[in-house]
Design a protein around this ligand. Structure first.
Ligand SMILES: [Zn+2]
Length: 421
């Protein structure tokens, strides 16, 4: 017995086409068919409102375990991801203990093996304790997907050069959180009109783009595979565009909030606080241009859950970070694809194909099914993540993940699936 969705929009050889989205027998692998061959024993379901695409991959999430399970756990974070169409997450290393040694990395891996409901690929730290002072034993950590000190920048150019040479010899990616501490001056939102008008301390754009410029030169010298995390400024886009043009092995990500919000959207509320901060309209427009021209390779969420209390202290005192796994696709589908800013194929590249390719994550047999007729209001109380802080609370969106297929098995489904078990 086969099951198929009729007239679904399914991703097949580079584009979305309407047709029969057919699941194979035994295992669930969607394939595209123009028509039915006669004699097929098939259960058909209407699929006009369904979009079926390769499962999403997020290369930048904070799952908070080990060390901070009051914010999130491997189980809660991956459950939120699975129900949102993700098959794989790369987990940042600002944990306790920091995965900066094989023993510490094993501690994280043991929780992943025990609890994760999607694949989780941990980053290992570039430096011991992410303190920036001593290189981690990178060779012994090469089971990690890549290296990052995310949460803070590697301040010393010498240390970064050292790390890049080592990473290059191992063929591993350095994924950099670019932030120059000497330029922060106690800032916590963007150093722009809103900060001025409301008496807040600002973070200048240079604190992001200056280290990117430094690292791009180092990547060019060392031949390191370099990836820039969460870019937020127009200067960052420009630097990376020019580096790509001269052949530097660089990719970068941005996050939905930098594409859809800027400082004009700020409110006196911790759910508008993240690092890097929401910038200016010109930055947001430059990021959109960077998406369109290929400078920006992927969209990650920088899903960074905190407790309600940690996010309740306003812009100045709240912890940095917002959640994103459960809102990313619906927001980008509603506010970028539907108005025609980017096509659905491009969003698929940004959220699935390019992350898979760059980070070497296999994704065959993994699918996400979204019901794009489902329109609703984002309600953080309904999140499966332990984190609730999002600047998008109350936004109207279209698109809800109704099925996730992992490795040919239905791992999550909101559709009546008994027929094809
Ligand atoms: Zn970061």
């Amino acid at each position: 017995m086969q099951v198929q969705f009729e007239n679904a929009l399914i991703y097949t050889s580079g584009s979305f086409r309407r047709g029969f989205a057919r699941m194979g027998e035994g295992s669930c692998r969607f394939s595209f068919a123009e028509s039915l061959s006669s004699g097929d024993a098939v259960v058909s379901m209407p699929g006009d409102h369904l979009v079926i695409l390769p499962a999403l991959i997020d290369v930048h999430v904070h799952l908070r375990e080990p060390g901070f399970s009051y914010k999130e756990t491997i189980l809660s974070g991956t459950t939120a991801a699975l129900h949102s169409g993700y098959s794989a997450l790369c987990a940042m290393p600002n944990l306790k203990p920091v995965p900066d040694s094989p023993v510490h990395l094993d501690e994280e891996m043991a929780i992943i093996r025990r609890d994760a409901v999607t694949r989780v690929f941990p980053y290992a730290a570039i430096t011991r304790g992410e303190m920036g002072e001593e290189l981690s034993p990178m060779e012994a950590l090469s089971d990690a997907i890549a290296f990052s000190d995310d949460g803070r920048g590697v301040q010393s150019a010498e240390m970064m050069a050292h790390a890049m040479r080592k990473a290059a010899s191992l063929g591993k990616i350095i994924a950099a959180h670019c932030e120059d501490n000497a330029l922060l001056h106690g800032g916590y939102i963007h150093d722009g009109a809103y900060a001025k008008a409301h008496g807040h301390k600002g973070i200048c754009s240079e604190s992001e783009w200056r280290p990117i410029a430094r690292d791009l030169a180092l990547a060019e010298q060392t031949g390191c595979r370099y990836h820039v995390c969460h870019i937020s400024t127009k200067e960052s886009v420009d630097l990376i565009r020019r580096a790509k043009a001269r052949g530097v092995d660089v990719t970068c990500e941005t996050a939905p909030h930098y594409l859809l919000l800027d400082e004009a959207d700020l409110q006196e509320d911790g759910r508008f606080k993240m690092n890097p901060p929401l910038r200016q309209k010109a930055d947001r427009l430059a990021l959109l241009e960077g998406l369109r021209d290929g400078t920006i390779d992927m969209i990650a969420t920088d899903h960074a859950p905190h407790s309600a209390e940690e996010k309740s202290r306003g812009l100045e005192k709240s912890a940095m970070g917002i959640v994103g796994l459960e809102t990313a696709f619906p927001l980008l589908y509603t506010y970028l694809v539907k108005p025609g800013v980017i096509p659905l194929e491009k969003l698929t590249e940004l959220m699935s194909l390019t992350p898979a390719k760059r980070f070497g994550i296999a994704n065959e047999g993994n699918f996400a099914v979204f019901d794009c007729a489902d329109e609703y209001t984002i309600d953080p109380e309904r999140f499966l993540s332990r984190g609730r802080a999002t600047p998008f609370a109350g936004w109207r969106v279209q698109g809800r993940c109704v099925m996730s297929v992992l490795n040919g098995q239905i791992a999550y489904s909101a559709i009546e699936t008994e027929a094809y078990r």
